[in-house]
Design a protein around this ligand. Structure first.
Ligand code: BGC
Length: 435
C-alpha cells in the first residue's frame, strides 16, 4: 500500500519540502512586473493612491466600517490605536444573496450609528475585495471573492453608493481601502522610533492578499504619477495562478462560487483548506488508505470547515463534540492516517505564504541595511489561529533563509496591531492625499 506522502504526490500534491522556492519567487516577481506595466497578469497590482507619509492629527477619532470575509464590523478608532463602540454582524451576502439596497442599507445604518461618535467627518471603510482604487480613495468592485453573494454590487464605486444612501447630512467623504493596505498603514502608524526602509501588509484569514510600497516610477500603467514618489500597491496576490495544483485542489475549487479563479488564495486561506482536506479524505478512502466503510460518512459531511480540519490535525480535543472528524476517525489507526494526510495541507500553505512574502519583500527593493529592515505587518485568523501548525514559526524560518541568508535582505515581522484593518482604514481617512 502507498504511504500518505506517495498518495498525495501521485495526485499532483507538491509537499512543503518539494516546493521550488526560487522558481516560485521569480514567477511572483515577473507577474508583479507585468501587472505594474498593465500587461496581462494574474496579479491586479492596484495602485492605491495612498502613501505612507501621512501624519495623524492628535486627538482625532474616526468612524470605521470593516467589510471582511465573514464579518462586517463597525467602530470608532482613536490613537494610540484603540477601537470603541464596536459592533460585529455577518457580512451581507454570506447568508444568501442580497441586492444593492440590502447591501448598502446595512453599511449605511452602521455608518449612521458611529459617525456622530467620531471627530472626523470622513469615514474609513476597509473593503477587502478586489477593487480598483481612485485618487479620491473610492473603490470600484471588480469581482467578489470569499463566496459573497451580492452580484449587483460588482462594478459599483462602493464609497459613492454608500454616500448617496447616507444623504446630505451623512459623512463628509469616505476613504475606502483594502485590508492589506490598512494593515500596512497600521504598522506604519504604530512603529514609534523603529526605522523601516519599506513595508509589506499581508492578510491570511478567510482570504489572502498582500500590499507593499512601490516606487511610482515602476508603476508604468500610471504614467502621470510623481516619478520620485512611492505608493502602496494592492497586489491581489490571491489571484496568482503560475502554480501547480493537485487533483484535490481542483476538486475543492470546483465547488466554490468562482471556480478557476484565485488559485493561490485557494491553496492557503481559511475559506478553502477544509475543502481540500475533505477531497483528500474522499480520495484516500477510495484508494484504500482509509477503510472504504467510512467513505459514505466522509461524503455525507458535504463540507468541512478549516477550523474542524485544523483542530483534528492538531489533536486538539473535541470539547463540545461538534467536530465530525473525531467520530469518523475514532479508530486510532485511522486517526493517525488522517492526520498524516491532513498536515501537509497546512505545511504547504505556510511555506507558500512565506515564499510569497519573500517575493514582496524583494520587490520593495529595500532592506539591505540591517538597521532599517523591511517591515512585514500580518493580520488574519488563519495566520494567527491555525492549530494544526504554527504559521508564524514556519514563515519566519523560511524568510530567514530566503531573504536574510540567501539575499542579505533584512526584514522584521512587526508586532501585530489589534484590529489592524480598522486602524489602518482610520489612518487612510485622516491622512488621505499625503504621500
Ligand atoms: C480579496 C482581497 C483581500 C483578501 C484578504 C481576498 O479574497 O480579494 O482584496 O485583501 O481576500 O482579506
Amino acid at each position: 500500500m502507498k504511504t500518505p506522502d506517495e498518495f498525495l504526490e501521485d495526485n499532483g500534491f507538491v509537499a512543503a519540502a518539494d516546493i521550488d522556492r526560487p522558481t516560485l519567487i521569480s514567477a511572483f516577481i515577473s507577474e508583479m512586473e507585468r501587472g505594474l506595466e498593465g500587461s496581462e497578469s494574474s496579479l491586479m497590482m492596484v495602485p492605491t493612491h495612498v502613501g505612507v507619509g501621512g501624519r495623524i492629527p492628535s486627538g482625532a477619532t474616526v468612524a470605521v466600517l470593516d467589510a471582511g470575509g465573514t464579518n462586517f464590523r463597525g467602530g470608532v478608532v482613536s490613537f494610540p490605536p484603540a477601537v470603541s463602540e464596536r459592533r460585529n454582524q455577518p457580512m451581507p451576502g454570506t447568508r444568501g444573496e442580497v441586492d444593492s439596497e440590502a447591501f448598502y442599507g446595512a453599511f449605511a445604518e452602521e455608518a449612521r450609528r458611529i459617525l456622530p461618535l467620531a471627530s472626523s467627518k470622513r469615514l474609513g471603510w476597509c473593503f477587502s475585495y478586489p477593487a480598483e482604487a481612485t485618487p479620491s480613495l473610492d473603490a470600484r468592485l471588480v469581482r467578489w471573492t470569499k463566496n459573497i453573494q451580492a452580484p449587483s454590487i460588482v462594478g459599483d464605486y462602493v464609497g459613492r453608493e454608500l454616500l448617496v444612501r447616507l444623504g446630505a447630512n451623512g459623512a463628509g467623504g469616505v476613504a475606502v481601502v483594502n485590508d492589506t493596505v490598512a494593515t500596512l498603514l497600521a504598522a506604519k502608524a504604530t512603529e514609534g522610533s523603529r526605522a523601516y526602509s519599506s513595508y509589506v501588509g499581508f492578510i491570511l484569514g478567510t482570504g489572502t492578499n498582500s500590499a507593499y510600497v512601490e516606487r511610482t516610477a515602476n508603476i508604468k500603467k500610471l504614467p502621470c504619477a510623481d516619478p520620485d514618489g512611492r505608493m502602496i500597491v494592492n497586489a491581489e496576490s490571491g489571484g496568482f495562478d503560475k502554480i501547480a495544483t493537485s487533483a484535490f485542489d481542483a476538486a475543492a475549487d470546483a465547488k466554490t462560487a468562482d471556480p478557476g479563479r484565485n488559485r493561490f488564495e485557494k491553496l492557503i486561506s481559511g475559506a478553502y483548506l477544509g475543502g481540500i482536506g475533505l477531497e483528500i479524505y474522499k480520495g484516500a478512502a477510495k484508494a484504500g488508505l482509509l477503510p472504504k466503510e467510512i467513505l459514505s460518512r466522509i461524503v455525507g459531511l458535504g463540507s468541512l470547515s478549516t477550523a474542524d480540519f485544523s483542530g483534528f490535525c492538531a489533536m486538539d480535543g473535541d470539547s463540545d463534540g461538534s467536530n465530525p472528524l473525531f467520530s469518523i476517525f475514532s479508530d486510532p489507526v485511522n486517526a493517525r492516517m488522517a492526520r498524516r494526510l491532513g498536515l501537509p495541507v497546512f505545511e504547504r500553505a505556510a511555506v507558500l505564504s512565506a515564499v510569497h512574502l519573500a517575493a514582496f519583500a524583494i520587490k520593495t527593493g529595500e532592506g539591505n541595511d540591517p538597521s532599517a529592515p523591511v517591515a512585514i505587518s500580518i493580520d488574519g485568523s488563519t495566520y494567527y489561529k491555525t492549530k494544526a501548525i504554527s504559521f508564524a514559526e514556519i514563515v519566519s524560518a523560511e524568510l530567514d533563509d530566503l531573504l536574510v541568508r540567501r539575499r542579505n535582505i533584512n526584514y522584521e515581522i512587526v508586532p501585530p496591531v489589534d484590529d489592524a484593518p480598522m486602524v489602518g482604514a482610520a489612518v487612510a481617512a485622516l491622512t488621505a492625499g499625503s504621500r
